[in-house]
Design a protein around this ligand. Structure first.
Ligand SMILES: NC(=O)c1ccc[n+]([C@@H]2O[C@H](COP(=O)([O-])OP(=O)(O)OC[C@H]3O[C@@H](n4cnc5c(N)ncnc54)[C@H](OP(=O)(O)O)[C@@H]3O)[C@@H](O)[C@H]2O)c1
Length: 276
């Protein structure tokens, strides 16, 4: 078994994930895995970084496919005996102009951004080694969506005692409410992406609490973050940041010094803890 530290980035074949892999290849002492659901797109991305003189490794990972997640889990266990850095970057968003019915957009976006990210965490968090770092890429969209939720929902999402099960029920209810055409009446904002990212931010707060309870001595730091508005296929060419600039906050959180005791369980933007 290798004692080399290891980092994994989901959705690494393009956009912010690709830039996170690039930065980790330069700054992380250890093996860096660029993962992608499509091995072809993943290999092209790896080759691009090799041409820059970097040495990422590749592993297939479709975060919506439990078998794919478990194959990666087995591989990491066997080869490294765990994992040092996990960056949950993979995500999707429908374009504003997309005419797909809102309820379908809600279901599809929730499946990837919240449920699949949660599945990756369920399988890989137990593998995180002492002093490990976990970064869940959320969005400022989660903050603005929270502000547009009913008082009752805001209270639930800000609660320091909400459980993962309760959060899953709320995310499921949002999708159901969109199907029944009652989501606004039920206190939800009119943004599927924003609600899925509320899920990611709140999940991170819950996971950090669980780590405090169950593995305090391991000093693992887990946070949610926003990369900023970044020029990628998702956000388009008018966004303000390059992908490398968008990678800065996620990479800062992935490389928090071993003796750091925070941030932990926070929502971080521009390397600063934001009020939730
Ligand atoms: N761009 C922004 O301004 C912005 C702002 C706030 C937050 N974010 C967040 O930042 C993250 C990266 O966004 P981006 O702008 O870089 O988007 P992007 O260019 O569209 O890249 C998204 C990445 O996620 C991958 N992905 C999607 N579904 C996947 C799945 N089931 N399994 C594995 N990989 C999957 C994509 O792979 P394929 O190529 O195979 O589709 C791609 O590699 C997302 O979580 C996004 O919500 C972005």
């Amino acid at each position: 078994m290798s004692s080399t530290p290891v980092a994994v980035v989901t959705g690494g074949n393009k956009g912010i994930g690709f830039a996170i892999v690039r930065a980790l290849c330069k700054q992380f002492t250890g093996d860096v895995y660029l993962t992608a659901r499509d091995p072809g797109r993943g290999q092209v991305a790896v080759t691009k970084l090799q041409q820059e003189g970097l040495n990422p490794l590749f592993h297939q990972l479709d975060i919506e496919d439990l078998q794919s997640i478990r194959t990666l889990q087995d591989f990491l266990k066997e080869k490294y005996g765990g994992l040092n850095v996990l960056v949950n970057n993979a995500g999707i968003a429908f374009k504003v102009a997309d005419t797909t019915p809102f309820a379908i957009q809600a279901e599809v976006t929730m499946r990837t951004n919240f449920f699949a990210t949660r599945d990756v965490c369920t399988e890989l968090l137990p593998l995180i080694k002492p002093h490990g770092r976990v970064v869940n890429v959320s969005s400022m969209g989660s903050v603005s969506a929270l502000a547009r939720c009913s008082r009752d929902l805001q209270q639930k999402f800000r609660s320091d005692t909400i459980t993962e099960e309760e959060l899953v029920k709320l995310m499921t209810k949002f999708v159901e409410d969109t199907k029944n055409g009652v989501h606004e009446k039920e206190g939800w904002p009119n943004t599927a992406y924003g609600v899925t990212k509320i899920g990611v931010t709140v999940l991170s707060r819950i996971q950090a609490r669980m780590l405090n309870k169950e593995r305090k001595a391991d000093r693992i730091l887990l946070n949610a973050c926003c990369p900023g508005w970044v020029r990628t296929d998702m956000a388009g060419p008018n966004a303000t940041k390059s992908a490398d600039e968008g990678a800065e906050t996620p990479v800062y959180l992935a490389l928090l010094a071993p003796d750091a005791d925070g941030p932990h369980g926070q929502f971080v933007s521009e390397k600063k803890v934001q009020k939730w």
